[in-house]
Design a protein around this ligand. Structure first.
Ligand code: GTP
Ligand code: SPV
Ligand code: MN
Length: 601
C-alpha cells in the first residue's frame, strides 16, 4: 500500500520501524468502519475475539487477555529523561540511551509473522486549538480497534497533520511468530520482565513493548495524553490531568463545569455520568478520564476531553450504580476479561442482573457461586475487566463534549478511597491549599494497577502519570494558580467511601453525590456560608440537601466530622511523604503543610 502522506518525518519513521520490526505487511489505517469490521472479523476467525449475540449486543465483541496482562504495569513503566533528577521519585528511570539499546534489541524482528498498522490519531477534536496528533505503530489489531473508539483515527488526521509535528508512539505485543505459527486464539504478549512502557520526554517519544492491555498499549491514553502531555503542558503553561469533566445545570439553568481527579477505579466514570437524585438538577458528561486545560482569552481555564471513548471498569457497573455507562455499552463496544454468558452476552460481578453461567475471563466454564479449593468465591470477570465504548453513545453526553475550545472549569474536585478519617466533603480556603489537598490525596488499593498494595498517596490522582519530577509538578500547579488569579477554579476534596465499623458504606454515593456537588455550586455562587474547620470549609448543618434521603443522623455526623486526633496521627506519614519529594518540594507546599499542622494544633 502506498503511504497516504507526504510528511517526511512520518515516512522516514515508518520506514525505520519497518526495517527494525520486520513485519510481514504494513497497513496505513484509514479509520473507516470497513477497516474496523475487517479487523474484528479476522480476530473472531482466529479465536482471539468472541462475537456477542447480535440481537442482545449489536456489533460487540469480547476478548480474553493473558492472565499476566490485565492492567497497567507501573513497575515496568519508565520516564527516560536525559537526567535522572528530571524523572523524580515517583517514576522509574533508565538512561535513555541504555533503554533504547535494550528495547531496540527487543524490537528487532518482533513483528515477524504479523501485520504492522500505522494509526494516525487525534487527541481532541481534529484540528482543535488544544488537540494534538499522534501516530501509533502497532502489531495488534485489538489495539487498532480500541483506538478507533478511544480516539479520532484516520485520513482526516493525516490531512490535518500535513507536514507538521506528531507524537510517535511505537507499540508491539512482543511476540513474533515463526513461519506457519499462529496465536491459536491466545492473547499475545511478552513476560513481565520483558515488558517496557517507555517515555522519552525530551523527544516526545513513546515506546511500548510486551503488553497488549489498556494504558500499556492504547498509547494515546496514559502515555501520550498524560505522561508526555503533562510534560509538554508544564513547558507550555497548560495542564494535562487525570480528571473527568462534567456539566451540572441548576434548576435555574445556570451551568457549572466540574473537573474531578480520583485515582484509577475510584469513581471518575461514575461521577462523570451521574444521574442527580435532587430535583431539577441535570448532569452531562464531557469526559471520564482525562482533561487537557488551557487558559482562554478571558483568563479562565478551558478544558477538553482529549479522548473519544470510555475505557471503563466493568465490574460494579449496574443500572443502579451507573445506568448511563450501561446504556453506553449497549452496542458497538469491546469488552475485555468479562464473563461471556451461555446465551452469548456479557456479564460481570455486581452488574445487577442474574447470570446462570457462562465462560469466565480465563476461558473456563463458570457458574455464579463457584468456589475454589480454599472455599473462596471464583470471580467470573477480572476485577479490572473493562469496556471500550464510544462517548457519543452515552445518553447524557454533553452537546458541547467536542467543543474544540473546551468548557470553562468552575470547580476542581480531588478524592480517593478512604474507609476512615477523611470526611465526605471539604473546601480549600485558597488555591494554594487546594494544591496541597490534591497533592496529599490518598487512596486504598484497587485492581487497576498491578503492583500497588495498601494506602498510597496519589497526588492529583497522577502518581503513575506525571511525566516529570513531582516537585516540579507541584510548582507548576502553584504557577497556574498565579496565572489564573481570582479566575482559578475553587478546590474541593470528597470521599464517597467511608465505612462504619461493621463495614457498611456510610454514604449512599453514586446519584446522591449530586447533593455534594450542589453544595459546591452554591459555595462558588456565594449562596451559602460554611463552617471553618482545621482542614477547610465544610457544610453548615442543613446546607447539604438531603431531601428524600433516609440517612441516620449518627452516620451523617460521622461523615462530616473532623477527627483532629486521627488527622494528627497522619502527620508522620505526611512528613515522610513530603520528604520523599526531595529538594524540589516547593516552599509554598511547605508553607501549606505548616499551616495545616498549625490549624490542627
Ligand atoms: P479509571 O478508569 O481506572 O481511571 O477509573 P475511574 O475513576 O473511572 O473508576 P470507576 O468510575 O470505574 O470506578 C469504579 C469503582 O468505584 C467501582 O468499584 C464503583 O463501585 C466505585 N464507586 C464509584 N462511585 C462510588 C460511590 O459514590 N460510592 C461507592 N461506595 N463506590 C463508588
Ligand atoms: C487507569 O488505570 O487509570 C485507566 C485504565 O484509566 S488504563 O487505560 O488501562 O490505564
Ligand atoms: Mn484512568
Amino acid at each position: 500500500m502506498s503511504a497516504p502522506t507526504k510528511n517526511k518525518k512520518l515516512l522516514a519513521w515508518v520506514e525505520e520501524i519497518t526495517a527494525l520490526c520486520k513485519p510481514d505487511a504494513v497497513v496505513w489505517c484509514d479509520g473507516s468502519k470497513a477497516e474496523y469490521d475487517t479487523l474484528m472479523q479476522g480476530m473472531v476467525d482466529s479465536g482471539l475475539a468472541t462475537k456477542l449475540d447480535e440481537a442482545k449486543r449489536p456489533n460487540s465483541f469480547h476478548f480474553r487477555s493473558d492472565p499476566s496482562d490485565v492492567a497497567r504495569v507501573e513497575n515496568r513503566t519508565y520516564i527516560a529523561s536525559l537526567k535522572e533528577e528530571d524523572a523524580g521519585p515517583t517514576n522509574n528511570w533508565i538512561d535513555p540511551a541504555e533503554l533504547k539499546k535494550t528495547m531496540t534489541a527487543l524490537y528487532d524482528g518482533c513483528m515477524k509473522g504479523r501485520t504492522m498498522y500505522v494509526i494516525p490519531f487525534s487527541m481532541g477534536p481534529v484540528g482543535g486549538p488544544i488537540s494534538k496528533i499522534g501516530i501509533e505503530i502497532t502489531d495488534s489489531a485489538y489495539v487498532v480497534c480500541n483506538m478507533h473508539i478511544m480516539t479520532r483515527v484516520g485520513t482526516k488526521v493525516l490531512e490535518t497533520l500535513g507536514d507538521g509535528e506528531f507524537i510517535p508512539c511505537l507499540h508491539s505485543v512482543g511476540k513474533p511468530l515463526a513461519p506457519g505459527e499462529s496465536d491459536n486464539g491466545q492473547w499475545p504478549c511478552a513476560p513481565l520482565d520483558k515488558k517496557y512502557i517507555a517515555h522519552f520526554p525530551e523527544e516526545n517519544l513513546i515506546w511500548s513493548y510486551g503488553s497488549g492491555y489498556g494504558g500499556n498499549a492504547l498509547l494515546g491514553k496514559k502515555c501520550l495524553a498524560l505522561r508526555i502531555a503533562s510534560n509538554m503542558a508544564r513547558n507550555e503553561g497548560w495542564m494535562a490531568e487525570h480528571m473527568l469533566i462534567l456539566r451540572l445545570t441548576s434548576p435555574e439553568g445556570k451551568q457549572f463545569h466540574i473537573a474531578a481527579a480520583f485515582p484509577s477505579a475510584c469513581g471518575k466514570t461514575n461521577l462523570a455520568m451521574l444521574q442527580p437524585t435532587i430535583a431539577g438538577w441535570k448532569c452531562e458528561c464531557i469526559g471520564d478520564d482525562i482533561s487537557w486545560m488551557k487558559i482562554g482569552p478571558d483568563g479562565r481555564l478551558y478544558a477538553i476531553n482529549p479522548e473519544a471513548g470510555f475505557f471503563g471498569v466493568a465490574p460494579g457497573t449496574s443500572a443502579a450504580s451507573n445506568p448511563m455507562a450501561l446504556a453506553s455499552v449497549r452496542a458497538n463496544s469491546i469488552f475485555t476479561n468479562c464473563v461471556v454468558t451461555d446465551d452469548n452476552d456479557i456479564w460481570w460481578e455486581d452488574m445487577g442482573v442474574e447470570c446462570s453461567g457462562g465462560t469466565d475471563w480465563k476461558g473456563k466454564p463458570w457458574k455464579p457461586g463457584m468456589v475454589d479449593a480454599e472455599g473462596n468465591k471464583i470471580k467470573g470477570a477480572h476485577p479490572n475487566a473493562r469496556f471500550t465504548a464510544p462517548a457519543a453513545q452515552c445518553p447524557v453526553v454533553c452537546p458541547d463534549w467536542e467543543a474544540p475550545q473546551g468548557v470553562a472549569i468552575d470547580i476542581f474536585v480531588f478524592g480517593g478511597r478512604r474507609t476512615k478519617v477523611m470526611p465526605l466533603v471539604h473546601q480549600a480556603y485558597s488555591w494554594d491549599q487546594g494544591v496541597y489537598m490534591g497533592a496529599t490525596a490518598a487512596s486504598e488499593a484497587t485492581a487497576a494497577a498491578l503492583d500497588v498494595k495498601g494506602l498510597r498517596r496519589d497526588p492529583m490522582a497522577m502518581k503513575p502519570f506525571i511525566g516529570y519530577h513531582v516537585g516540579d509538578y507541584f510548582a507548576h500547579w502553584f504557577a497556574m494558580g498565579d496565572k489564573l488569579g481570582d479566575k482559578a477554579p475553587k478546590c474541593f476534596y470528597v470521599n464517597w467511601f467511608r465505612k462504619n465499623d461493621s463495614g457498611k458504606w456510610l454514604w449512599p454515593g453514586f446519584g446522591d453525590n449530586s447533593r455534594v456537588l450542589k453544595w459546591m455550586c452554591e459555595r462558588v455562587e456565594g449562596k451559602v456560608e460554611a463552617v471553618e474547620t482545621p482542614i477547610g470549609f465544610m457544610p453548615k448543618a442543613g446546607d447539604l440537601d438531603l431531601t428524600g434521603l433516609d440517612i441516620p443522623a449518627e452516620d451523617l455526623a460521622e461523615l462530616l466530622k473532623v477527627d483532629v486526633s486521627a488527622f494528627k496521627a497522619e502527620f508522620e506519614d505526611l512528613d515522610s511523604y513530603m520528604g520523599s519529594v526531595g529538594s524540589k518540594l516547593p516552599e509554598r507546599m511547605k508553607a501549606q503543610v505548616a499551616a495545616y499542622k498549625q490549624r490542627l494544633g
